[in-house]
Design a protein around this ligand. Sequence first.
Ligand code: BDR
Ligand code: CA
Length: 326
Amino acid sequence: MNRRRVIIDCDPGIDDSLALMLALSSQELEVAGITIVCGNGPAEMGFSNAKKILSQMGRLDVPVFLGAEHPLKREYVNALDTHGADALGESFLPEAFEGVPQKGAVEFLEKELLQANCSVIALGPLTNLALLIKKNPEAYERMEELVSMGGNFRSHGNCSPVAEYNYWADPDAAALVYETAAKLGKKISMVGLDVTRRIVLTPDLLSYMKRLDRKMGAFVERITKFYFDFHWEWEHLIGCVINDPLAVAYFVDRSLCDGREAYVAVETGGLTLGQSVVDAEGFYRREANAVVMTETDPLRFFQMFFGRILSLKEEQLDLLPDLVRR
Ligand code: BDR
Ligand code: CA
């Protein structure tokens, strides 16, 4: 099988962790490394969480690099209210590494992207990629593909009425990444809240997971419990929206999301800070720099997600069609 080489740039993070688990269980991907950006938690916390997930998956061979510790311009605002004090659902898993975190996320991105056909799946604020553009625009240009979990089109925001966290946390970085894509004639796959909001891990799905694989189910329960409580308290939702794994799933299988090409710009100030402005009607007469996802199939997503992280075949997941919210 031709495996696609990919770097996962992320801020783990509960749903980032689930996304890493999916990526590491996907034969189609060769995860060249994990680069960490500050976001849900401070970068060092994200580094430590990435190692914990790698340890759980038996993949401590995958290198992890510490990246930006603050956004380009604005003050850093974490999302520990959503992800818990350890950014991993207050699971307080034991540390999986000793010493000081390995620095050099931007340098690693630069080296890998210049060397080989390599893509990036970005699951956090786009600060590391913006720093890469400033350091070596050619490396960004050579990137095979960029899939970004972030932004929103018709769906409302999750940090303000109009803005999604990853773009809101570092709007200047997001703006630069989209502007540069426009200049280079590239198209970013924007896997935003319009589609990720449909991916709801419910208590029933979690119970099913535990029935199928007690150990893995218990692990997922341990890291998502806080997320469930947060969603109940703030969104009156029984379950939790797991955004980031959909970006990985889409990278593996294009048929999981569908969307429209459009020019996208990100607002860097004022009331609408961080909003992804999608010019769906072509007002600006500019070439598309993104494919904005608007449709997804939650059942097929969960078939992939459960199938892979639990190492089961689709036919062994016979209850999923009754349990997935559509
Ligand atoms: C995004 O923000 C973070 O809290 C999640 O990890 C996800 O990447 C959703 O808005
Ligand atoms: Ca994230």
